[in-house]
Ligand binder design. Structure first.
Ligand code: ADP
Ligand code: ZN
Length: 221
């Protein structure tokens, strides 16, 4: 099963993607996390990537595609993946389709999480992420605080704030999102692959609820 997660930065793609990954037993690949892992390694590619990410700009398509495809060729991806943050542009989507087609595979569903900009900003500035790369649990000081401040409930590792999670960079990331998202959702809609979920921070609907809903939908499909 090849699943694409769409939606604004901070819409909960990562959390829902992680839950689905556990339910469906396929890896969850976040392009943002993949790129940040290069930045942490501080090689030449990492330096180049950092130039874009730190300003809230998109990594150029050719580089993004190259690195994601490299990851998709790893063995754990054979039965499918949950892609989160990739594709971000229509040309990335077309490239992904070509890549999968060559391997007799295809995107099965594109899940879009839809949240207002205000909710997004509220959520992101309060976001903390587990530093353990095998865990990456996401917390929120208001909506989902850890039991012990700064410590992950699940694995006990330290939590960190992402460097690009400040209001100004989030606004820029939302702007980048608007520049490329319409053509991307249209692309999947026209193939009848789009499954949109409308969300509201105060509705009480949790990421777990969304993951369950998607899982049910996939069973019926
Ligand atoms: P968010 O969705 O919360 O903005 P991500 O972790 O998905 O954060 O991405 C962080 C940054 O990594 C983005 O702002 C962008 O610079 C870069 N990035 C991630 N995925 C892509 C992609 N598919 N194409 C280009 N740039 C990307
Ligand atoms: Zn953790």
């Amino acid at each position: 099963m090849y699943i694409v997660m769409l939606g604004k930065p901070g819409s909960g793609k990562g959390t829902v993607g992680n839950l689905l990954s556990k339910k469906l037993k396929i890896p969850h690949i976040s392009s943002g996390e993949l790129f940040r892992s290069y930045v942490k390694k501080a090689g030449n590619i990492g330096k180049e990537i950092d130039e874009y990410i730190s300003k809230g700009n998109l990594v150029p398509d050719n580089l993004a595609i190259k690195l994601v495809e490299k990851r998709l060729l790893e063995q754990d991806c054979e039965k499918g993946v949950i892609l989160d943050g990739f594709p971000r542009t229509k040309s990335q989507a077309i490239e992904l389709d070509d890549f999968l087609k060559k391997r007799n595979k295809k995107v099965d569903i594109a899940i879009e999480l839809d949240l207002s900009d205000k909710d997004i900003i509220d959520r992101i500035v309060k976001r903390m992420v587990c530093t353990n790369k095998d865990c990456r649990e996401v917390y929120n000081s208001e909506f989902k605080p850890p039991k012990q401040e700064g410590i992950c409930d699940i694995c006990g590792s330290k939590l960190e704030k992402r460097e690009d999670d400040d209001v100004e960079t989030v606004r820029k990331r939302l702007q980048s999102y608007y520049e490329t998202s319409a053509e991307l959702t249209d692309y999947y809609k026209s193939q009848q692959l789009l499954y949109a979920v409308k969300l509201n921070l105060h509705s009480g609907k949790t990421s777990e609820d969304v993951a369950k809903e998607v899982e049910e939908y996939l069973k019926e499909k």
